[in-house]
Ligand binder design. Sequence first.
Ligand code: SF4
Length: 315
Amino acid sequence: MRTQTKPYFSLKDYFLSRYGKRVQKITVALPFTCPNRDGSKAWGGCTFCSEGSKPSMLDPEVPLRVQISQGIERARRKYGEDILFFVYYQSYTNTYADLETLKKVYDTALEFEGVVGIDVGTRPDCAPEEVLDLLAGYAEKGLEVWVEFGLQSANFETLKRINRAHGVSDFVDAVLRAKKRPLKVCAHIIIGLPHESREDVIETAKLLASLPIDGVKIHPLHVIKGTVMALQYERGEFETLSLKEYAELCADVIEILPENVVIHRVTGEVDEERLIAPDYCSPKRKNLVLQKVEEVLKKRGSHQGSNRKALNRVV
Ligand code: SF4
């Protein structure tokens, strides 16, 4: 039976529905890079990206086995013994290596008791057939395998402006090819990108709703020290959204996404030392963002999938 405690299908509820217990993601960092940083696609990376979006407490130089076992120990101390795990390859581009290297890093997750899945963050232009086949092999053996593709926006002008160095078509192509296999696909989007309108955000949500994706991560744009976007922000080239504006747009997106799509996240945080703006993206305020998004949906009397008109799904 499906558990649903929020006006949207959260990842926590999805895991509870599927496994009957808490599933904790163990986030790891590999010593990889990204084709948008090393010159193979472009130099410098996406304008918002700091260290490949690596959480500050992770060190890619620490052996992967150590990172996983420490993450599992921490989760067991916090949530008790009766939990399961996903190993989440998060930072940089976790499909950007030769097949042998990739097999080794994904195989490492299988060595740990209680690991029921892996989650691999990557770019949509970094999903060649042989890598998707490798990942599908784990799914065929019973592991739950998610692939996370960053889209950020369905507006190609925005993608150029933020130096993504891929197009919307790369994303559509990667999703359709991944979904020919027993893989689950999660898309990342950012709300509040410079010079985007509400129509752009709605268009991005509509694109996701029209594709066979399984999950979405929705992030508010946050400006991190040391990034190109930090310089643009300091020069006054754009402003970040207020919490109210973000919550309204996030609710718009949730209302468009089909009810079966798992909403992995509706916030994004970075430690206060590195965060420039907005202040609601500090870890201390995470719950405030979650509350605000729910509050907006409740006030509107809406929920995930309730905007059926958006894609002519009116019955
Ligand atoms: S593709 Fe990902 S890792 Fe590479 S620069 Fe952009 S956000 Fe950073």
